[in-house]
Write a protein that binds this ligand. Structure first.
Ligand code: UDP
Ligand code: MG
Length: 241
């Protein structure tokens, strides 16, 4: 199981929590989701933890992130964490954040980092896998900073599925998954948010030399051939358990 490797400094962010034990961590998450009270923790380290292997999957709505993620999981054994799916699950579970998340998604806006990062953190900490495929996140520079600060980790790979806008609109409107945000008005808003807030994240990782731009037009297999090449240099590390 992966646990965060470095020690904790006194809190920078109010909801950072300790990794001393799984139970302690779960109790704190529970506290946070039931009371909303910020968590305060002291620093410490955990032995026997390995560095996580993190891939971020970025791209506009309908750019094929989910489809390609399924193939990456099958081929390379990463644990798939779709930020959007985690948020939708949170709505369905009647959490205190449910209605806020629902309204945000309906408007095509971005849920506060505090909520999304906490959902991702919970999944990552409880996973037996140390290789994560984080789909549809980070969606803004603020998301990115929050993740890197709280998880004390940066991605190894950032995939960007580059797709023309009209193609994305066509795909979203024809996918029939029953999503409240797959309608023309919300799609237009999501595309605007993508350009304004997600493109800066893409630029950031391009500067850091981590961005892999994928041409997202073509058959699923054609697109996956480009993706496979990105993971090829990491194949040895990805085979470790
Ligand atoms: N969302 C968010 N933060 C995230 C991921 C998703 O706020 O980190 C919200 C946002 O409103 C977005 C919606 O969830 O428009 C759907 O996201 P998802 O990634 O499932 O959809 P996609 O953009 O891939 O169609
Ligand atoms: Mg998706």
């Amino acid at each position: 199981m992966w646990r965060r490797a470095t020690s904790f400094s006194p809190l920078i962010s109010s909801f950072k929590s300790s990794f001393f034990s799984q139970e302690a961590s779960q109790i704190k998450i529970l506290e946070m989701f039931t009371t909303g009270i910020p968590l305060q923790e002291k620093g410490g380290t955990c032995p026997n933890r390995r560095a996580p292997f993190i891939t971020f999957v970025l791209g506009g709505p309908g750019s094929g992130k989910g489809t390609q993620c399924a193939k990456i999981v099958d081929t390379f054994g990463l644990k798939h964490l779709s930020a959007g799916d985690l948020l939708r699950k949170e709505i369905a579970s009647d959490s205190e954040y449910g209605s806020m998340i629902l309204n945000t998604i309906r408007e095509g806006k971005i849920v506060p980092s505090k909520v999304t990062v906490e959902l991702l953190r919970r999944e990552m900490e409880s996973s037996d896998n140390y290789k994560f495929l984080i789909d549809g996140f980070p969606r803004s520079e603020e998301n990115r900073r929050a993740f890197e600060e709280i998880m004390e980790a940066e991605p190894d790979i950032v995939l960007f599925f580059n797709c023309p806008e009209e193609e994305m609109v066509k795909r979203v409107l024809s996918r029939n998954q029953g999503r409240i945000d797959d309608n023309i008005d919300t799609v237009r808003k999501r595309l605007k948010v993508f350009e304004e807030l997600n493109l800066p994240v893409i630029k950031h990782y391009a500067k850091r030399g981590k961005l892999h731009k994928i041409n997202a037009v073509g058959t699923v297999d054609e697109i996956f051939e480009q993706v496979r090449l990105v993971f090829a240099p990491y194949e040895r590390r990805l085979k470790e358990n």
